[in-house]
Design a protein around this ligand. Sequence first.
Ligand SMILES: Cc1ncc(COP(=O)(O)O)c(C=O)c1O
Length: 403
Amino acid sequence: MIARRNSHHWLPFTQMQQFDPTHTFVRGVGNDLYDAQGRRLFDAVSSIWTTVHGHGHPRIVAAIARQAALLDHATALGATNPVAEALAERLCALLGMEAALFAGDGASAIEAALKIALQFWQNVGQPQRRRFVHLDGSYHGDTVGAMSVSDIARFKARFAAITFEARSYDDPAAFADDVAAVVVEPRVQAAAGMRLIPERCYAALRGIAPLIVVDEIATGFGRTGTMFAHAGLDLQPDIVAVGKGLTGGALALSATVVTARVYHAFLGADDSLRHLFHGHSYAGNPIACAAALASLDAFEEEATLDRVAGIARRAEARIGELRVHPAIAAVRAAGTMIGIELEPAYFEGGAAVTPGWQVARGLYARGHFTRPIGNVVQLVPPLASRDEEIDAFFDALLAELER
Ligand SMILES: Cc1ncc(COP(=O)(O)O)c(C=O)c1O
């Protein structure tokens, strides 16, 4: 299908010549999206791991409206606002950390984490520490620094001219004394097709990683069953990046949260030039921060994390059916982050689209919106999903595989 000539919206990671313009979302209610044709679709991918309590959660909508009328925006360069203050305090309390720097997208939080690590080592007199180590299969976003510590060749190979060299965790020479930080996703690498990382990988970092950056952008805010996925891992982060679900999925907001050790290295007299040389125009935007506070309130008042356990149990019961299906090569799950890997041999060769897209398009027609990662079909439902919705997704997937 050829995109409408009158569409001027260039979609990320989308071949516009093949784009189906009927995929136009006009409304979101609870766990569903509505397209321009009036079709109702279960948001089975939480709009790429952002939506937490469902779309248009009344508490979040009201907080946004209230804050927009009071103070829409004021710069965080040399000034603060009460909502950003409250959110920073709340995030630090949740993470056991000292200070939060705000940005918009997840990749921006990672860029800040890398620059904080570099400047930290300069401020403490070890400027030679300027290399980064990442896990195999990592993905931390699409800006230059985030891409550099990512390991998915398909996304970054064509931009080699502007990325810097980073080292794989599996390289025995990785942890030389020029390392600034190791950057890890906790438990699950979502963009690698819900790849699960064994716990021993994290324990092995103890004592050898000069600073540990934990990327909770995809996994944070309940997705794997705990508020943050690194809880319970033998891992003491120095810097944590959060984004996506921070506002419950309503607005772009991310944060780079650091320990007292890191933060204190940036303090000094004005002319010491120790302060952080990094920031964005919309850092600490009050409307986004108000949405985030409302989302955190919803976690407490609606016992959202208990719901995650229920979804995971329901999904696990159905995953058994998939594991024995000839069209399925593997199923990986961490809480509500579920990757269903298709067996390509089961699908007709020569089709115009990959098995992943064949199944995703079939699911769309059956009222379920997801996006494949290669041949991995994702189910990452909003944390407010009900058992019936999870069952309906598996029913639709099994019906589609029979087709
Ligand atoms: C683990 C991880 N880190 C960082 C990012 C980048 O976040 P954003 O797309 O908001 O820039 C993503 C996005 O999917 C992610 O999964």
